[in-house]
Ligand binder design. Structure first.
Ligand code: SAM
Length: 302
């Protein structure tokens, strides 16, 4: 639990929440309800949801990243708001803990992936130019940092990861180069990784940094992101939402969107409300370029 008295000393989020009006429309929040923001991040969406919930409403904000929860606490000053470190895929068991809000959940929001605050934090390794350790974990107390994984992973497994989760067309060449180089110059930082990838593929390709897909693939791998999403959609969220309760998912990766679309097709569990994903307007894309790849889908608990 985050102590609100410490919140004033902490930095505020620089993350711009995406598709805010659309999230509120599809979540259909009403005063007095109980809502879960399963990826609360810096609290951008959650603060807007709390306005809709009014003084009698309650919001449980989850994040795997303790640093994000501390940031969220600076903006979520509401008597009905609780913040908790954990994965949305464990929602059902989190709700059974004694200090958590009780009662049926009316709506859940998942805004997947990475926040701009994590990207900006030099200690986490999410940025191409960062000299901090290439960690890439949301929860740094669990599992292995990306640099540790890269030190021992087999070339074939690395290639598969880059191809499967990064759609990286040069996966074989990059995996070969990273494994060959690690004996003499192992990857330790974000900068090490982006330089190794740039060398392997011969510099920039278009407007994107050549290591964009590699960072994405490694982040998905070290956090087991797709496993958490699949588990949540089939077990934890259906078990926690009241019949008729809303689930809104924003994804930034085609694999995530495919998992959500497939899950919402299971009519014994979900009533799909958005047959095509909702996209940001051209204006939002201009103002917040990060929103360009966002896809929102909504469903109702059957
Ligand atoms: C795009 S950001 C959310 C931003 C937030 N909606 C806002 O408006 O500030 C995604 C957040 O989800 C968190 N996250 C990723 N996977 C998670 C999981 N399985 N369970 C809980 N949080 C997760 C990340 O740590 C990150 O803070």
């Amino acid at each position: 639990m985050i102590e609100r008295s410490d919140a004033e000393k902490l930095p505020r989020s620089c993350h711009i929440p995406v598709l805010v009006a659309e999230v509120l429309e599809w979540l259909c929040v009403r005063p007095g309800q109980l809502v879960v923001d399963g990826t609360v991040g810096g609290g951008g969406h959650a603060s807007r949801i709390l306005v809709e919930l009014g003084q009698d409403g309650r919001l449980l904000g989850l994040d795997r990243d303790q640093a994000m929860l501390e940031m969220a606490a600076t903006v979520l000053d509401h008597p009905g708001c609780t913040l908790h470190q954990g994965s949305y895929s464990d929602l059902a068991s989190i709700l059974s803990e004694t200090d958590q809000p009780t009662g049926p959940i009316d709506a859940v929001l998942l805004d997947l992936g990475l926040s701009s605050d994590q990207l900006a934090d030099d200690r986490r390794g999410f940025g191409f130019e960062h000299d901090g350790p290439l960690d890439l974990r949301f929860d740094t107390s669990q599992g292995h940092a990306a640099w540790e994984w890269l030190a021992t992973v087999e070339e074939g497994e690395l290639e598969q990861c880059l191809r499967g989760w990064g759609d990286e067309p040069e996966s074989r060449r990059i995996a070969g180069e990273l494994v060959r180089r690690r004996k003499s110059t192992p990857v330790r930082t974000g900068r090490d990784l982006s330089e190794s990838v740039a060398e392997a593929v011969g510099g920039r390709r278009g407007r994107r940094h050549p290591a964009t897909r590699v960072f994405q693939a490694l982040r998905i791998a070290v956090n087991d992101e797709l496993v958490h999403l699949e588990r949540a959609l089939s077990d934890s969220l259906p078990a926690s939402l009241v019949p008729g309760g809303r689930l809104v998912v924003i994804s930034f990766h085609s694999l995530e969107d495919r998992i959500v679309k497939r899950a919402f097709g299971k009519q014994d569990t979900w009533t799909n409300l958005t047959h095509k994903p909702v996209r940001p307007t051209p204006r939002e894309e201009r103002v917040n370029p990060r929103s360009r790849s966002a896809r929102l889908r909504a469903a109702m608990r059957a």
